[in-house]
Ligand binder design. Structure first.
Ligand code: SAH
Length: 398
């Protein structure tokens, strides 16, 4: 496809794009030659008419999400190049073509040079999420290309109903459904580091599983032996099954969603049969944490994003402080807290500050054992530091 329109920048406004930052903000635009529709490919030129970038046009404060900083066609060869390179990285990381692991993020938006596109792979199935209209229009070529590139891939499900920007008016275009193949079994079983789990992308959150906690779960496994573990905000039970394999004395999984608890129980049974060490509760986190006293020596707090937008930042930071304070107040002496934030709008420093003030409030001695982030299949472009969204701390509480 060739760009439908040229976007000419105000003098000097090409600087961040020249440093390969993949977003063009609306304030940088001088004028447009042509009238782009949301999702169209557009060319970005500096005020002298020199080529700067090609990307998807969108309505809002980010006007263009850049696909390429060289003047070329965004054709089948382009998609093949990008997706093959993303796949090679996952093979090199031993996440793909590995008997012990068939669950990984194949495309992580800006981190793989494809802003607005997420693709997660679970064995022979992939789930695509588009966060821009440009990627929505590109979904079929993306599906064709991942089938061509990823060994053994058969089904591709498209799930963008909740992720596409609300400003777009899409008529008669399906936002959820299979683009390739279709699942024949009732619910697929995926493998992460040798542990099995059911994925339900039709009804589950996001693409069906939180792939981004793989390495943090592995770290937890090393700490679990002989411990009583609380996995708060467990969703499908990821941290719980690593704690079980690590030899925990008991594991309690808590989530406010009854559906999540049902999935957690199913996944524990799949890996460990009827194991009395595990119990799961469908309860609100704040209610559950009211009086756990010193029942637990290992607590995981992995809440949903408290701040989805910048406007919600203050409340989000309060939320993190309150939640962590509950854990600090009650965790057993010598206990370990794994605490996370997946809000992109909350910086690493802000999250730390919220956790530190919670620690101070409890007046306990607290030390940092590990500082965690997202795994290598969620890479961060060095030119787009905003891509670092997952932050975690492992804390030793005396
Ligand atoms: N730790 C999980 C991912 C957590 S996602 C993993 O490793 O896969 C966040 C979860 O928090 C969701 O399952 C959601 O249902 C749950 N949740 C949201 N608000 C909650 C609340 N107030 N109390 C308990 N659980 C909550």
């Amino acid at each position: 496809m060739t760009p439908s329109c040229n976007i000419i920048l105000k003098p000097g406004k090409e600087e961040s794009l020249k440093r390969f930052h993949p977003w063009l903000f609306s304030g940088a635009i001088q004028r447009m030659e042509g009238k782009p529709e949301e999702g169209d490919l557009v060319k970005v030129l500096d005020c002298k008419g020199n080529f700067i970038a090609i990307g998807h046009y969108q309505i809002g404060s980010i006007s263009v999400r850049v696909l390429c900083f060289t003047d070329r066609d965004i054709d089948a060869a382009f998609w093949l190049e990008k997706i093959a390179s993303a796949y090679k990285l996952r093979v090199d990381l031993q996440l793909a073509e590995n008997e012990n692991n068939n669950t990984y993020r194949l495309i992580h938006g800006e981190g793989d040079g494809l802003p607005g596109l997420i693709v997660d792979v679970y064995g022979d199935s992939a789930v695509i999420q588009a966060h821009s209209i440009g990627m929505h229009y590109a979904r079929n070529i993306v599906a064709d290309t991942i089938i061509e590139v990823v060994k053994g891939l058969k089904n591709v499900y498209y799930k963008s109903e909740t992720t596409l920007p609300y400003k777009a008016t899409l008529t008669d275009e399906k936002e959820n459904g299979y683009l390739k193949g279709e699942l024949t079994t009732e619910q697929p079983i995926a493998i992460e580091n040798g542990l099995k789990f059911h994925v339900d992308w039709l009804r589950g959150q996001k693409t069906g599983f939180f792939v981004d906690q793989r390495e943090n779960r592995s770290l937890l496994e090393k700490y679990a032996k002989g411990k009583s573990v609380l996995n708060m905000f467990c969703y499908t039970g990821g941290f719980s099954f690593y704690a079980m394999r690590g030899g925990a004395k008991s594991v309690h999984s808590v989530d406010s969603s009854a559906k999540a608890i049902e999935l957690t129980n199913k996944n524990i049974e799949l890996n460990f049969g009827a194991d009395p060490r595990h119990e799961a509760f469908a309860v609100d986190a704040f209610k559950y944490l009211e009086d756990i006293n010193d029942k637990y020596d290992l607590i995981i707090l992995d809440p949903p994003a408290f701040a989805k937008h910048r406007d919600a930042l203050r409340n989000a930071l309060q939320g993190y402080r309150k939640l962590n304070a509950k854990a600090f107040e009650q965790i057993k002496p010598g206990g370990i807290l794994f605490t996370f934030s997946c809000s992109q709008a909350v910086s690493k420093e802000q999250f730390r500050l919220a956790v530190f003030s919670a620690a101070a409030q409890s007046k306990r001695s607290v030390r940092i054992l590990h500082q965690l982030t997202q795994p290598a299949d969620h890479p961060i472009s060095i030119y787009h530091p905003e891509g670092e969204y997952l932050k975690g701390l492992v804390l030793y509480v005396e």
